[in-house]
Design a protein around this ligand. Structure first.
Ligand code: ZN
Length: 260
C-alpha cells in the first residue's frame, strides 16, 4: 500500500504504465503486436482487414494459386521446348545465343557440353567415334533445305524429310543428327549400327532423347530417326526413361502432331 501511495507519474513511470499492457498484448496477439512494433501503432489500431490471416487460411489460399509448371515447353529458348508440326518455335525466327562449334556444326552450349560427354562414352564403349552430321540450322538455312526437298520430291514427300522453317528442332540448337566417322558420318546407315543401339538405351544419361522413335510417327510426325538426338536436360530425360515415355508429346500430354 505504501508503494502505491508513493507512486508518482513521472515520465519514466508512464513508460512503465504503457509498457505492461503492450507486453501483455504481445503475448496474446504476437502477430498483431509485431505488426504494431514495426509500424509504431498499438494493437488496438490494427483494423480487422489488416490482421494477418490464420495459417489454415493462408494454406487454403495457396492451393488456389496456379502451380508454376516444372518446365517451360513454349519458349524457343527453353531447354525443354516442344517443337513439332503443330508447335512452331516462339519466336518463329529464334536463334540461340552462345553457340559452340563442334566440327563443322554448331550447338547451343548445354547441348554441346552434353554431346562431348556422350561422344566420350561411346568411344569408351568401343562403339565408334561419334560425329555430328547436322546441328544448329537457322531459319534461313532451314528454308533452303525445305524448299530444295519440296522442289525435288513434291510437297508431301519433301516435307517428310525436311521441316518447314520455324518448325525444326534444329533451329533451337538443341538437336543434332549424329553418326560415326566409321560410317562416314552418314545418318542413313546409323540405325543399323551398335552405336545406335547403345545411344537408344543410354543417351538419357547425358540428357538426350531419341526424339523420333520407331513406331511413334503418328505422334511426332516423323519417321524413325535413330540419328536425331534432342537435348532436354538430365532431369527430364531421366524422368522420361523412368516413366517409359518415349516422346515429349506424350510426356507433356500434348496433342499428336502428325501434320502441319
Ligand atoms: Zn535431325
Amino acid at each position: 500500500m505504501r508503494d502505491q501511495q508513493e507512486f508518482k507519474p513521472t515520465p519514466k513511470n508512464w513508460k512503465l504504465v504503457l509498457g505492461i499492457p503492450m507486453l501483455l498484448a504481445a503475448l496474446v496477439f504476437p502477430a498483431a503486436a509485431s505488426w504494431a512494433v514495426t509500424t509504431g501503432t498499438s494493437p488496438a489500431e490494427v483494423s480487422s482487414g489488416d490482421v494477418p490471416r490464420s495459417t489454415s487460411e493462408v494454406e487454403r489460399t495457396t492451393t488456389d494459386v496456379p502451380r508454376i509448371p516444372l518446365y517451360d515447353i513454349d519458349s524457343a529458348k527453353s531447354l525443354q521446348v516442344v517443337v513439332n508440326k503443330k508447335r512452331p518455335l516462339n519466336p518463329v525466327e529464334y536463334f540461340p545465343r552462345g553457340k559452340v562449334q563442334i566440327g563443322y556444326s554448331w550447338l547451343a552450349k548445354p547441348a554441346a557440353d552434353a554431346y562431348v560427354l556422350l561422344k566420350a562414352a561411346v568411344s569408351k564403349a568401343k562403339l565408334g567415334t561419334l560425329c555430328i552430321n547436322s546441328g544448329y540450322r537457322s531459319f534461313g538455312s532451314q528454308t533452303l533445305i525445305h524448299d530444295a526437298k519440296v522442289a525435288l520430291l513434291g510437297k508431301t514427300a519433301g516435307e517428310k524429310l525436311a521441316a518447314r522453317p520455324g518448325y525444326s528442332e534444329h533451329q533451337t540448337g538443341l538437336a543434332m543428327d549424329i553418326s560415326t566417322t566409321q560410317l562416314g558420318c552418314r545418318i542413313g546407315a546409323f540405325g543399323a549400327s551398335r552405336a545406335s543401339v547403345w545411344i537408344a538405351a543410354n543417351a538419357w544419361q547425358y540428357g538426350f532423347v531419341v526424339r523420333y522413335p520407331n513406331g511413334k510417327t503418328p505422334i511426332t510426325g516423323y519417321v524413325w530417326e535413330p540419328w536425331h538426338l534432342r537435348f532436354v536436360g538430365l532431369e527430364l530425360a531421366a524422368d522420361m526413361k523412368a516413366k517409359k515415355i518415349a516422346t515429349l508429346e506424350e510426356y507433356f500430354a500434348l496433342p499428336a502432331a502428325p501434320k502441319y
